[in-house]
Design a protein around this ligand. Structure first.
Ligand SMILES: Cc1ncc(COP(=O)(O)O)c(C=O)c1O
Length: 347
C-alpha cells in the first residue's frame, strides 16, 4: 500500500538524485577533516547563513546540545521557550550532560517570547543566582503551529541578548521554511544570532544530519565536544552529498509544501468535528483539535486513517499535527481530506 505520510517532515526519504550523489560521493575521514564532501557542505552552509563556519552533526538534538555546551558553563542558565523543542523534547540534555539550567519563558500564541518576559528573566548579579548566558529562539516555532518568527523580532531579541552580554542561539530546525514564508533570505533572518542549528533531514529531505553554524572559534569548540559525545563521524561524505542537494535544491522549493498545507487546511475545514487552529498556518504544519462531540480517541482515528493509507500522528490527547513535505503531493492532500471526510463526514 502506498501511504501518504503526514506524521512529520522527518519521514522524508532521499530523492533518487540524492541517492545517486550519495553513491558517488568523494569521501575521507571527517575526524581528520579530510572528507571533501563534508568540507564542501560545511562551507556552503556557513555561506548561506552568513556565518564564519559550520559543522555537520548527526542530529538537530546534538546540534542544539553542542551550542548550549559551547555557550554555557556548568551552573549557567539559558532562557528558553516553554514550548520549545530544546526545553520539551531533547531529553533534558542540557541539564543531564551540561549542568545547565533552563529558564522557561512562556511562548505566546505567535511563537514569540515577550521581550519584557525575556528581560525579566535575565538574572541579576547576586551570589544566590545562576548566571544567565544564553537566549534560545526556535524558528519556525513547531508547537505553536510552525510559525515563523520575523526578522524584526529576531533583531529585537538579538539586541537584548547583546546589550546584556548574552548570546543568542536559534534552533532553526526549519529555518528555511521560516525564511520562505517570510520571503527573506535565511542569512538576513539569522543575522542577529551567534549560533544557529538547522536540520537537513526535515523539509530539506536529506536522510540524516543537521548543521551548526557560528564563528570559527565556536565551531572549533563544538567540533571538540562533538567528538566527546561520540559524534565524530568518518566517511560521512555519503551523507553530506545528500545535504548539499538539500541546500542547493530543496531549500528553494519549500513554498510548495506550504501551499499544500494551506490546501490541506482548507479541505479539513470542511470536515465536521475538527477544530482547526485559526491564524497560525504559515508553513508546513496544520494543527487541529477534536471537537467535544467526537467520541473516537486519537489512537482510533490514527487506525482508521491508516486503513485508508494515510499516516498521521497525535500532538496531544485530543490534538493532531499534520505536516506536508516533498513526498506529499496534491493527490496526497486530496486523499487525506477524503479519508477524514469518510471517518467524520463533511460539513
Ligand atoms: C524544532 C526542532 N528542533 C530540533 C529538533 C531535533 O532534531 P533531531 O530530530 O534531528 O534531533 C526537532 C525535531 O523534530 C525540532 O522539531
Amino acid at each position: 500500500m502506498e501511504y501518504v505520510d503526514l506524521r512529520s517532515d522527518t519521514v522524508t526519504k532521499p530523492t533518487p538524485e540524492m541517492r545517486e550523489a550519495m553513491a558517488e560521493a568523494e569521501v575521507g575521514d571527517d575526524v581528520y577533516m579530510d572528507d571533501p564532501t563534508v568540507n564542501q557542505l560545511q562551507i556552503k552552509a556557513a555561506e548561506m547563513l552568513g556565518k564564519e563556519d559550520s559543522l555537520f552533526v548527526p542530529s538537530g538534538t546534538m546540534g542544539n546540545l553542542l551550542a548550549l555546551l559551547v555557550h554555557c558553563q556548568r551552573g549557567d542558565e539559558v532562557i528558553v521557550g516553554d514550548k520549545s523543542h530544546i526545553y520539551m523534547n531533547e531529553a533534558g540534555g542540557m541539564s543531564a550532560l551540561g549542568g545547565i539550567q533552563p529558564h522557561p519563558v512562556k511562548n505566546q500564541a505567535d511563537g514569540t517570547l515577550l521581550l519584557d518576559d525575556i528581560l525579566a528573566s535575565i538574572q541579576t548579579e547576586d551570589v544566590h543566582h545562576t548566571i544567565t548566558r544564553l537566549i534560545c529562539l526556535e524558528n519556525t516555532q513547531n508547537v505553536c503551529g510552525g510559525i515563523p518568527l520575523s526578522v524584526e523580532y529576531t533583531q529585537a531579541v538579538g539586541e537584548i541578548a547583546h546589550e546584556n552580554n548574552l548570546s543568542l542561539h536559534i534552533d532553526g530546525a526549519r529555518i528555511f521554511n521560516a525564511a520562505t514564508a517570510l520571503n527573506v533570505s535565511v542569512k538576513e533572518l539569522v543575522q542577529p544570532a551567534d549560533s544557529v542549528m538547522f536540520c537537513l533531514s526535515k523539509g530539506l529531505v536529506a536522510p540524516v544530519g543537521s548543521m551548526l553554524v557560528g564563528t570559527h572559534k565556536f565551531i572549533n569548540r563544538a567540533r571538540h565536544l562533538r567528538k566527546m559525545l561520540g559524534g565524530g563521524m568518518r566517511q560521512v561524505g555519503v551523507l553530506a552529498a545528500a545535504g548539499l542537494i538539500s541546500l542547493e535544491k530543496m531549500s528553494t522549493r519549500l513554498g510548495q509544501d506550504h501551499a499544500r498545507a494551506k490546501k490541506l487546511y482548507e479541505g479539513l475545514k470542511q470536515v465536521q468535528g475538527l477544530n482547526l487552529d485559526a491564524g497560525t498556518l504559515s508553513t508546513n504544519m496544520v494543527y487541529f483539535d477534536l471537537a467535544d462531540e467526537v467520541k473516537l480517541s486519537v489512537d482510533e482515528i490514527m487506525v482508521e486513517m491508516k486503513k485508508r493509507a494515510v499516516l498521521i500522528d497525535w500532538a496531544g490527547p485530543r490534538r493532531f499535527r499534520l505536516v506536508t513535505h516533498y513526498w506529499v503531493d496534491d493527490a496526497g492532500v486530496e486523499k487525506t481530506v477524503k479519508a477524514f471526510g469518510e471517518i467524520f463526514s463533511l460539513r
